[in-house]
Design a protein around this ligand. Structure first.
Ligand code: JJW
Length: 447
């Protein structure tokens, strides 16, 4: 037996996002988001699922907070639904929407849990999409207005903030690959949205410094890991190009004040231009307090002529896959974290998401999700190795507290450490919940 021991200062958490758990889509003055539109249009989401009811956390938040309390986490990462608090996209606040988050925050604090707020977890107000959404630079100002309002409403009680969740998903996956809302397949739209999201991030950070100088703010990019199939230079280069799309494209502008030239050229070769305006890079590269990292999967990468934008094919070999089909690659997690540290220096890191999809059901009141426990053990071992290697890891936040609406996969794919019955909304903690609770209590586990 080997003991994997974590520093006492490491913060433990669990995460969710508004559209995935809240439901109450048409209650108390919430307006539709692009995900309401997208999920209600046939063919976009598995089984025609949508977030109208989701986990009903809008009404069951007190029960959810009790599950967090028993779990013993330091942090709860949740997101605010922009169309719930600002139904017109900008301007007037909706008092009932604001009250929901005020109540949730109070409930968390009373129970000894620190809130960590994500401002944008993909539910853009549809009224803004109707004017071009993130392709339109006006949305940058709208986001700043919304962010400032939230800093003013909740900044006295909440010190940890995340601007944008997974900008790669919100831009390229949503506007070039067409998988997520608004479902476009246009590389230029992907490049424009990616850039505008980052400018919006920078603008919100600037506002944050004025309003909440003592708080902490960051963003939460997602990245996998591609390990070169061989030591051939063509495989090494292919993996670098593939990684650049998620990693350097969204991190160089923040930490180096520039976009990777290689990628600008590749986009240009596909008729998509990066449109920079004066001051954009200065805004994006303002110092932030931490970087959030969302990590789930990785594989081997090999050069293949003409394969995708970056001429790299992914080879999962015989790695086991989770129930969503993503290869389990825990070494990639260690590789990403040490690589980020080498590339960008001592920026504090929170793992803002890591977790696994397994679709176990309830049997006699229990959910035996040993596979999820194994996944968490493997990835927490990688995290421990990264900490031992000097990567400044501040916290680990599991995705997700609850089974929930997994975007284009709908309710079929379960990531929770708590099972949700979508008919009754009953919550049943899984074996992984109890394992995580024990690990948090101990500060260590054995492998
Ligand atoms: C799909 C890539 C080819 C969420 C996808 C890539 C290939 C056409 C999980 N993170 O629910 C989905 N998640 O809300 C945020 N992260 O397709 C939180 N990334 O398409 C979780 C990535 C993802 C994806 C899903």
């Amino acid at each position: 037996m080997t003991t994997i021991q974590f520093p006492e200062t490491l913060k433990w958490g669990a995460a969710t996002a508004s559209y995935q758990i809240e439901g109450a889509a048409n209650e108390d003055g919430r307006s539709p988001s692009i995900w309401d539109t997208f999920s209600h249009a046939p063919g976009n989401v598995k089984n025609g699922d949508h977030g109208d009811e989701a986990c009903n956390s809008y009404h069951l938040y007190k029960e959810d907070v009790q599950h967090l309390k028993k779990l013993g986490v330091d942090l709860y990462r949740f997101s605010i639904a922009w169309p719930r608090v600002m139904p017109e996209g900008r301007g007037k606040l909706n008092p009932k929407g604001v009250a929901y988050y005020q109540n949730l925050i109070d409930e968390l604090i009373e129970n000894g849990i620190e809130p960590m707020i994500t401002l944008y977890h993909w539910d853009l107000p549809q009224v803004l999409q109707d004017k071009g959404g993130w392709e339109n630079r006006d949305t940058i100002d709208a986001f700043n207005e919304y962010a400032v309002a939230m800093f003013k409403e909740f900044g006295d009680k909440v010190s940890k903030w995340i601007t944008i969740n997974e900008p790669w998903c919100a831009s390229f996956l949503s506007n070039y690959l067409g998988v997520h809302a608004p479902g476009k397949t246009d590389l230029q739209a992907g490049v424009d949205v990616a850039h505008h999201l980052m400018v919006a991030h920078g603008k919100a950070v600037q506002s944050f410094r004025e309003l909440l100088p003592d708080g902490e703010i960051g963003y939460a990019p997602n990245t996998g890991w591609l390990e070169p199939f061989s030591n051939k230079q063509e495989d090494i280069d292919a993996c670098k190009r593939g990684m650049m799309w998620q990693k350097e494209w969204f991190m160089d502008p923040v930490f180096k004040g520039s976009y990777p030239e290689k990628l600008i050229t590749i986009f240009e070769n596909h008729n998509a231009k990066l449109k920079l305006e004066d001051g954009d890079l200065e805004l994006i590269s303002q110092p932030i307090d931490f970087m959030g990292i969302n990590y789930y999967t990785g594989s081997l990468g090999r050069y293949k002529e003409g394969e995708g934008l970056f001429e790299v094919e992914e080879i999962p070999l015989d790695y086991r896959k989770t129930d969503i089909g993503w290869p389990i690659y825990a070494d990639g997690f260690y590789n990403v974290l040490t690589d980020l540290h080498e590339t960008y220096g001592d920026v504090p890191i929170y793992i803002t998401e890591n977790g696994a999809c397994y679709n176990h059901e309830v049997e006699d009141g229990r959910v035996h999700d040993q596979e999820r426990v194994d996944y968490l053990k493997q990835h927490l071992t990688s995290l421990h190795r990264a900490i031992e290697s000097g990567v400044p890891i501040k916290g680990y936040i599991v995705w997700s507290l609850l089974d929930n609406f997994e975007w284009a996969f709908g309710y079929e794919k379960r990531f929770g450490i708590i099972h949700v019955n979508y008919r009754t909304f009953e919550r049943t903690p899984k074996d992984s919940y109890y394992w995580y609770r024990q690990t948090i209590t101990n500060g260590w586990f054995e492998v």
